[in-house]
Design a protein around this ligand. Structure first.
Ligand code: A2P
Length: 308
């Protein structure tokens, strides 16, 4: 089954479905990535330095036998590296065993103390996150632009940026972010932010499209009704809904049957859902189901609606 692609604002094509690898254990992710590429048709893998499994993801990519040039690989800059973007990128490239990325994102708009008590989640004595208050994210973006200009990455973007946070980098940006990767799904559709991203030419990507751990969105009645109507699974509707709206879907799974059915089912559902179906699905969260699942205790106000 062929996966539809979207175009980034610099002309690069991106497959609309990618395999998520957050919370995929190092011992499981190699096989999952290999299977996704070799058996299930995926050509897009979403990674991050902070997931702690990039070496194993790289091993899966190599084991698949699919040429590097046919695979779209994304990774993300971690908070403790906002002052040294290229160093984090180089570590990711070495871990993955590749010499370029297709897309590099700022993981969160939150610079963390690079000299704190932990390399990933530095904390203050009171247990709160140790923020690098002196550093501006507009300067992080300048360094992202520099690695792009050097040719080490084919596109640059952000992740977990609200409109407020984007407005902190756009006035001085030479390059508009190609992507904003967010928690987007049926219960957290962020319609207003989607409109804003569209107006700026920034493509949204959806992480946790099934609601993350234990996929709670599979219980949604409206999505399940559409699954029955079209002879598909509820997961297919949840993923196809996003793709039909022009949002890249990044379902995570380490289970071969799910990896395969998510890919095929998403493509099928995206082609079946009508405008009326989409409008009904758009109304689910505003109708009382609004829920965000991923809300780390950053000390900084990220500027999102519905942050718990
Ligand atoms: P597993 O990796 O054990 O297969 P999200 O993509 O929203 O982060 O959701 C990931 C969670 O959903 C994981 O627990 C994953 O389990 C599970 N999952 C992924 N695809 C499916 C599916 N098609 N049906 C049921 N659960 C799924």
């Amino acid at each position: 089954m062929a996966c539809p692609t979207f175009k980034l604002n610099n002309g690069v094509d991106i497959p609309s479905i990618g395999l998520g690898t957050w919370q995929s254990k190092p011992g499981e992710v190699t096989k999952a990535v290999e299977y996704a590429l070799k058996e299930a048709g995926y050509r897009h893998i979403d990674c991050a330095w902070a997931y702690g499994n990039e070496k194993e993801v790289g091993a899966g990519i190599r084991a698949s036998g699919v040429p590097r040039s046919e695979i779209f690989i994304t990774s993300k800059l971690w908070g403790t590296y906002h002052r040294k973007v290229e160093q984090c990128l180089d570590e990711t490239l070495a871990n993955l065993g590749t010499d370029y990325l297709d897309l590099y994102l700022i993981h969160w708009p939150v610079p963390l103390n690079p000299n704190g008590n932990d390399p990933v989640f530095p904390k203050l004595p009171d247990g709160t996150r140790d923020i690098d208050w002196e550093w501006k994210i507009s300067d992080t973006w300048k360094q992202m632009e520099a690695v792009y200009k050097k040719g080490k990455v084919k596109a640059i973007g952000v992740s977990n940026f609200s409109e407020k946070k984007l407005e902190e980098i756009l006035p001085t940006a030479e390059i508009v972010p190609a992507v904003n990767q967010l928690e987007i799904h049926l219960w957290n559709p962020q319609h207003k932010l989607m409109d804003y991203l569209k107006s700026k030419g920034i493509l949204p990507q959806a992480y946790s499209p099934l609601g993350s751990t234990n996929s709670p969105l599979l219980q949604d009645e409206t999505a399940t009704e559409y699954a029955q109507k079209y002879g598909l699974q509820t997961a297919d509707i949840l993923l196809g809904y996003l793709i039909a709206k022009g949002i890249v879907a990044l379902p995570k799974s380490v289970t071969p049957a799910r990896i395969k059915s998510n890919f095929d089912g998403a493509v099928r559902a995206a082609s079946k859902l009508t405008k009326e179906d989409i409008a009904k699905l758009d109304a689910v969260a505003p109708g009382g189901k609004q829920k965000r699942f991923i809300a780390p205790p950053w000390v900084i106000d990220l500027g999102f609606d519905n942050w718990p």
